[in-house]
Every structure is written in structure tokens, then in C-alpha cells.
Design a protein around this ligand. Structure first.
Ligand SMILES: [Fe+2]
Length: 295
């Protein structure tokens, strides 16, 4: 069955562009690309033209998530499944595709109204090696695992799981977690080796609860942690290790008020689903906000 192959890019609307330029480079280590268009800037994390499109605006949230497919055949196969489910979509114009630096682009919304894009053939700048925004020991884990994962709003997790299954993502409820609001049942879905590229089932004030990026070297996670502490950035969840992806991570607040999860050592997606009651260790709540669940 044709499937999306990775979370390829993410668009963000941000209310403080200058804060984001400093945050993306100095704290996270992303490469800033600006000057190509007046109304946006980009962050790179590998050879792709961009992994993040930052749109300065009045709000702070995810603007769209771009899911890659292998080629036109795979795209058409997924669109046929959307047709069968009666889910509307729009084939974007060549100009819109060029705007994203891809060769083919389709736009729609998921059942909760989160903007989704399907694309194939991103622009890979093989002549421009990634140049981190600050010193790094290693690199970001991307390759066939995509840019990382996102946890987004889902009004009806069952409907969302059914919808994302149409795109080829696989997954299940992987935790029964106690929270101040009662037990929550988050769903995690994968489309490649990364244990999950998408999660939902924990709703907060914004569409985007958090985004996770992974370093290839433990020392880069330690360096990021030092920088976050030195800058006095609010840490939402302290260092800890998830039971499902086994990644060592911590969560801290971005200039947009949603959380960034940085990690190292994430495990691969399992063939068979399983669920957990808590993490292996850590992830204690330090500054609650949109992250009042240890996830
Ligand atoms: Fe996460």
C-alpha cells in the first residue's frame, strides 16, 4: 500500500520573527536561510532546501505539515483513497509547488482542521552542506526518518487515526497516562523507521502541542540543555526517557508558547503495537503550560 514516507517539512506562523531567528540558530542549531522571499524565512537541518518555513504573522501555531510521498504514482494512490473516503483535497498549482520547492503538491485539512500537504520531489541542495546555526558535535537525525515528529490537536482521535491511516501512517494508542485532567490516551503513528512521526490525543491551547527534533550525538543534546538553562528558557518537562520511542529528551518552551522536544537515541518503530503506563524515567513537569502531561 502506498504511504507517505516522512514528515518532510513544517510551516509555522510566528508572532516574533526575530526571537525565532535567535532561538532556531543559537538554541537548537538550525541553519537560517533568509532573503529569498520578503514574507518568510527558512530553517535547514540537512541538504533539503528547508525543513521549516517560518511565516511572521499575528499568531503562533503550526501553519501546515508537509508529508512526503515517493512519486506521482504514490500520490495518486493516496488521493484515490481520500476520494473513496469522501475527503476533499485540492491539487496545488505549479506556482504553489514551486513556493514549497517541490515538484507536486496537494493541500487539504485533517478532520480537526489541521492543514496538511502531500508532496513529492523536494529540492535537495546537494551542493550546500548543512551549516549549523551554532556549534554542533554531530548532525540532526533526518534521512529516511524525516525531520522529527509533531503532536497536534485532534478533536476526535479515532477519526484522526482513521484519516491518517488513509495516508499510510500506522499506529495505535501507546500510553494510558494519568494527567490532572484525567487519563489520556495518546495515539502515535509512524511511516518509516522513526518510532513515531505524528501523535495526537493530548489537546492544548494551540494546534501544535510540541515538535521533536533528534540529534545524532548525545553531546549535542547536552549542549542544547546547557544553552536552554543558561538562557533561562522555561523547561516544560525535564530530561527523561520515553517508553515508546526510548529517546532521551527534554521539552522547553519556544518563543511561540508551544514546546520543543529535543532528543537523542530514539528507537525504531515496532512491527507490533504495545502500550505503556508511564515513561522509563524522568520527564518531570517543571513549568506547566501546554505540557501538563508527561509525554
Ligand atoms: Fe514527543
Amino acid at each position: 500500500m502506498s504511504s507517505v514516507t516522512e514528515l518532510g517539512y513544517v510551516g509555522l506562523t510566528v508572532s516574533d520573527a526575530e526571537a525565532w531567528k535567535r532561538f532556531g540558530t543559537d538554541v537548537v542549531g538550525l541553519e537560517l536561510v533568509e532573503g529569498e522571499e520578503d514574507d518568510r524565512f527558512y530553517f535547514r537541518m540537512d541538504y533539503w532546501h528547508h525543513r521549516f518555513v517560518i511565516h511572521p504573522g499575528d499568531s503562533d501555531d503550526i501553519a501546515y505539515a508537509g508529508w512526503r510521498v515517493a512519486d506521482e504514482d504514490a500520490l495518486e494512490a493516496i488521493l484515490a483513497r481520500l476520494d473513496g473516503a469522501g475527503h476533499a483535497y485540492r491539487r496545488a498549482s505549479p506556482e504553489e509547488a514551486a513556493e514549497r520547492r517541490v515538484l507536486s503538491l496537494v493541500k487539504f485539512e485533517d478532520p480537526s482542521g489541521n492543514p496538511v500537504e502531500l508532496f513529492h520531489s523536494p529540492l535537495i541542495e546537494a551542493h550546500l552542506p548543512f551549516h549549523p546555526g551554532r556549534r554542533m558535535h554531530g548532525r540532526f537525525v533526518t534521512g529516511n526518518q524525516g525531520l522529527g515528529h509533531i503532536l497536534i490537536q485532534a478533536d476526535d482521535p479515532v477519526a484522526s487515526q482513521r484519516f491518517y491511516s488513509l495516508l499510510g501512517l500506522k499506529g495505535a494508542v501507546q500510553y494510558h497516562l494519568q494527567s490532572p485532567k484525567g487519563t489520556v490516551y495518546p495515539v502515535f503513528m509512524h511511516c518509516n523507521d522513526r518510532q513515531h512521526s505524528l501523535a495526537f490525543g493530548v489537546n492544548g491551547p494551540s494546534r501544535l502541542n510540541h515538535m521533536m527534533l533528534e540529534y545524532s550525538e548525545l553531546d549535542d543534546l547536552g549542549l542544547a540543555h546547557d544553552i536552554v538553562r543558561q538562557q533561562g528558557i522555561d523547561v516544560a518537562l525535564q530530561l527523561g526517557k520515553h517508553s515508546n520511542d526510548a529517546a532521551l529528551t527534554f521539552y522547553f518552551m519556544t518563543p511561540s508558547g508551544w514546546a520543543m522536544e529535543l532528543g537523542w537515541g530514539g528507537g525504531k518503530a515496532l512491527e507490533q503495537q504495545q502500550y505503556h503506563l508511564r515513561d522509563i524515567f524522568g520527564h518531570g513537569v517543571e513549568v506547566s503550560g501546554n505540557m501538563d502531561v508527561q509525554l
